[in-house]
Every structure is written in C-alpha cells, then in structure tokens.
Design a protein. Structure first.
Ligand SMILES: [Zn+2]
Length: 367
C-alpha cells in the first residue's frame, strides 16, 4: 500500500500501486500513475452498473430456482441450505467491436447414390460470410478463477462450447431469468459514471489488467468463437478469416453474486449421499442465474445406484450360498450393474449446467 493524493480532489489515501488504475475513495475519480515520473492521469471512461440486489433477495431467488429443479417442489426448502452468499463488483473492460467473418469449406453431398470417396467427388465447395457486433467483456482481474463460475460465462446459443473467458455483455446480462425482469433497460444502457455508492454495499475489486491486453484478448476470443461457428457450416473447413474493427473500449464495474449451498435430502438417499457444497453465480442487475450446479448430479446418482446395487448383489450372494445356487445368477447381474454404474460415475466429469432460456443471441448488424 502506498499513500497518494488524488489528482481530482487532492485527498490523500492508501492505494495498492500494483493495480493498473486506482480509484479515489473520496471522490470516486479513477486515475493511473507513472511511478517513475509521479505523473497522474485521470481516466474518464470508467462506469458502473448499479447492484440492485441484496443477500436476502438472492437467497429466496436461489431457493426458488432449486425448488423448480426439484421433483417435489413442496419439500425442498427444508433440504437446501445456503451456506455462503456474497456480492462483488468486478471490473470488466468492455470492448465494442464489429466483426466480419468469411469462410470456405467442403460439404458432403446429400445424394450418395454413387459413392466415390476416393476422388473427393462426394463434396461441394461452399463459402459464406457473416457479420456481428459485440460489446465483449474481458475481466480486468489478473486471476479470472478467483470467483467460482466467472471464468466461463459465455453460453453461445449455437452448438459451440465456449473455450474462452470473455463474454458478450448484452446477451449474458439478459439470460437466466427466473423472475420477471425488473429493469427494462439493458445493463449497459443503465451504467453510470463510476461512483462507489452504486455498488450498494458490494466490495469493489481493483483494476489489474491493461486495456491493450483486454483488446488483444477480446480479438482472440471472437476469432475462436467465429472459427467454431464457421466449422459448424461445413464438414471440412478450409479457410476462415475474421476481420475485427474496435469501435471503443470502456471500463465497467459489473455486479455479481456468488452463493454456495448444500443439499441434504430427507429421503432414503441421505444414507448414501454425502452433502457437497455446490455453487451458483447470479448477476446483480436483473438477477439472471448465469451458472449453477445441480443439487444431485447424474454422477452422484450413479454413485448411489452403484452402492444400492452393490448391497443387493451381496444379499443375493448370501442367499445363493444359503438357499439355492440359481440366485448366484441374480448376484452376477447385480455385480454387472454395480460395476457399470461405478465405472461411468468415475468417468463423468463434474459439469455445471446451462440454465434458463437461452437468450444469448449476439447483436446482429444490418439484418
Ligand atoms: Zn479524489
């Protein structure tokens, strides 16, 4: 920490000079400092999307979401326990960009009466182009994994698995709603010039990443995204070129809520199920649930299944010994099911799920 005077209001306060930009706690001015010359420059393009939620509102929202996922909506309130909930105002560089992609590739002919794969006559060359605009959000935090779920918020509506941490702001901050939307304006349009008061009590995280890096990363993300989109058009992609025009960049603090919960089933399941903390991420503008883990995942069910069938197998084995050897066959069958369940449970990776209606359509330009 380092004591500096604010270039806007002249009040002295403590700053972490490792950060790229500093925020004055008195007048909310944002500025950069060159440590060699001591020169301070006020940074004007800093905004904040106000947090409109609070912890108790979020608790009932998440409970409501869990109830809807549950098969027996009545019983769930007593089975879910929210163990941790906290809000954060996280800085993002918002890169406005216009992107043109041209692609070319081979598509297999539908009419396969004459199969002639050797000469390649089975394929047609196709090409196309598309154009999209984004306000692409890049975290201004050095560690994108410091909060659960924040590192993978883009859920393309197309059949594409996002391999990048950036996301289109408009479609992300309008998805995952389980209640009526309270704010008719988009999160972007509701932004205010940065002032601490708009965080409404949330801790405001510092700005660690430079704007040049954000622009470079947003280009990389969109190139990857558009390459995946182009691949979906053809069987073999031959060429793909994306040209990106950067229209501007702003810094916006965005409100997020992170919660964890445990599920303690009241049914017989509880004897086989060890409660494990699961996570949920909600945006604090319209309360869209952006990412969340299911109370009992397929994987957990498979484990329960393998335990139950394991016990049954043992029982039939004992019955077979005591009573009639034909029961060994039943035990054998049980053993196969036990092994299969355990095998697939062990191989199943923990997956977070996609929630809500997918309103992820990126902004389209000119029809
Ligand atoms: Zn100040």
């Amino acid at each position: 920490m380092y004591e500096l005077a604010c270039p806007a209001c002249n009040s002295a306060s403590q700053f972490d000079i490792q950060d790229y930009l500093l925020m004055c706690p008195f007048c909310s001015a944002t500025f950069g400092i060159d440590m060699e010359s001591g020169q301070k420059d006020v940074f004007g393009d800093h905004y904040i999307v106000a947090n409109t939620s609070n912890a108790s509102q979020l608790k009932s929202l998440i409970t409501e979401w869990l109830k809807r996922l549950d098969h027996k909506p009545g019983s769930s309130e007593k089975e879910y326990f929210i163990t941790n909930i906290r809000g954060l105002s996280i800085p993002y560089w918002i890169v406005s960009m216009e992107c043109h992609t041209a692609w070319k590739g081979l598509v297999q002919k539908q009419n396969r009466s004459r199969i002639d794969t050797q000469s390649g006559n089975d394929y047609l060359i196709e090409s196309g182009q598309f154009k999209r605009n984004y306000r692409w959000a890049i975290s201004a935090r050095a560690n994108i994994c410091e909060t659960w779920g924040i590192s993978r918020l883009h859920e393309p509506k197309e059949d594409v698995q996002a391999q990048w941490d950036g996301f289109p702001l408009d479609s992300t901050f309008s998805r995952g709603q389980i209640q009526d939307i309270q704010n008719s304006k988009s999160a972007y349009d509701s932004r205010e010039f940065f002032e601490f008061k708009f965080a409404n009590g949330l801790p405001i995280l510092g700005i660690q990443i430079k704007d040049e890096e954000a622009i470079r990363r947003s280009r990389m993300h969109v190139e990857q995204y558009h390459l995946s989109l182009a691949r979906n058009n053809v069987d073999y992609l031959i060429d793909c070129r994306t040209e990106i025009e950067i229209a501007g960049i702003q810094l916006i603090h965005l409100p997020f809520w992170y919660a964890s919960y445990v599920y303690r089933p009241k049914s017989v399941l509880r004897h086989f199920y060890r409660p494990k903390e699961k996570n949920v991420i909600v945006e604090g503008y319209n309360n869209g649930i952006l990412a969340g883990e299911l109370p009992i995942q397929h994987r957990d069910k498979l484990w329960v299944n393998s335990i139950v069938s394991g016990i049954a197998t043992l029982a039939f084995l004992l019955l077979g010994l005591a009573w009639h050897p034909s029961l060994f066959l039943v035990a054998l069958f049980g053993m196969v099911i036990t092994a299969a369940s355990a095998y697939s449970a062990a191989n199943k990776a923990d997956q977070s799920i996609k929630i809500g209606e997918n309103k992820n359509e990126p902004l389209k330009v000119g029809g």
